[in-house]
Design a binder for this molecule. Structure first.
Ligand code: 3HC
Length: 289
């Protein structure tokens, strides 16, 4: 039996990534229901949708009708049952906590229609750790967006040993319809493709800082001006979240036990001080405005 087309998307977690993922889907023509347990996060996501779409129109980047139809297609509700009960695909973008993700996927498994695909946007938790919490492991995979999700084109579709070919094909096609450039990872690996490469760069930048070779600003200047990256590693850490990178390193360290995988002293210091980047107003740079 062939599965129905994806028409309705549920995004669970309207924070750093989820609010933009939802809007990407609405702009691509999907009906989107966004939900979050935190009402403030949900209301900020709704305000962002309004201001982003208005901004695109006033900048001349989008016509008013397109903006209005996208806005009409996306709704925000704190009730997960309302958000997920008629979804064809759920994109989970909650915090990086395996126990919470398993709990959520078990709940989604009960709420969502039988055909619904359950995808996680986790930056490093592979879906094989989550899928057993559901009765539909064949419809569970990673679908990993990049920050800012409205701008970055790449999406990683990661096939776990439990994920069916059909699910991978459907998710790949869905990502293409979002106007993204999807790639398929045929097997699970910690950090996927991009975050493995990115972490190598970030760790080296933190090391150079930690041993006193250069300050954050100069290391960023070097990477932007010599390697042509759009932003240097420290600005990028502020964008993706110092807390996220700290957890990425800690999880990796827990897996390997290799001291080289431990977060660098500077990363630990920023994490402990809650200087997590743009989201907290200060990270390696200040964002007082
Ligand atoms: N949200 C939505 N749109 C944004 C944005 C944001 N936070 N920041 C910038 N934009 C849009 C602007 O509206 C503008 O759009 P337009 O040209 O169509 O009008 C466009 O992006 C360019 O913006 P700016 O001119 O203000 O600034 P820049 O040219 O410096 O671009 C940037 C900003 C897109 C963030 C660019 O610096 C960049 O690409 N940086 C690298 C980002 C990156 O590497 N992301 C991947 C991180 S790794 C990750 O996400 C892993 C995950 O697991 C967390």
């Amino acid at each position: 039996m062939s599965l129905p087309d994806i028409q309705e998307v549920c995004v669970v977690g309207a924070g750093n990534m989820g609010h933009q993922i939802g809007l990407c889907c609405a702009l691509a023509g999907y009906t989107v229901k966004c939900t979050d347990v935190d009402r403030q996060t949900l209301s900020q996501a709704e305000k962002f949708a309004d201001s982003y779409l208005e901004g695109r129109v006033s900048k001349g980047k989008m016509d008013a009708n397109t903006a209005k139809s996208a806005r009409d297609r996306i709704s925000f509700t704190p009730e997960i049952e309302i958000a997920a009960s008629s979804a064809d695909i759920v994109i989970e973008a909650i915090i990086e906590n395996l126990a919470l993700k398993k709990q959520l996927f078990a709940a989604l498994d009960k709420i969502c229609p039988e055909h619904c695909i359950l995808a996680t946007n986790s930056s490093y938790i592979v879906s094989s750790k989550i899928a057993p919490a559901t009765g539909r492991p064949d419809k569970v995979c990673n679908l990993h967006f990049f920050n800012p999700a409205l701008v970055m084109r790449l999406v990683e579709v990661v096939q776990g040993p439990h994920t069916s070919e059909e699910t991978v094909e459907r998710v790949f096609a869905f990502a293409g319809k979002l106007n993204k450039t999807p790639i398929i990872l045929k097997k699970e690996i910690y950090g996927f493709v991009v975050n493995r490469i990115l972490t190598a760069i970030l760790n080296e930048a933190l090391y150079l800082h930690d041993i006193g070779v250069a300050d954050c600003h100069d290391i960023d200047t070097a990477v932007v001006n010599a390697l042509g990256h759009p932003m240097g590693p420290f600005k990028l850490l502020d964008l993706v979240g110092v807390d996220l990178q700290y957890h990425v390193c800690m999880e990796r360290y827990k897996d390997t036990g290799d001291k080289l995988d431990m977060p660098s002293p500077l990363l630990v210091e920023k994490f402990v001080k809650k200087e997590w980047g743009r989201k907290s107003g200060v990270g390696f740079y200040r964002y007082d405005e």
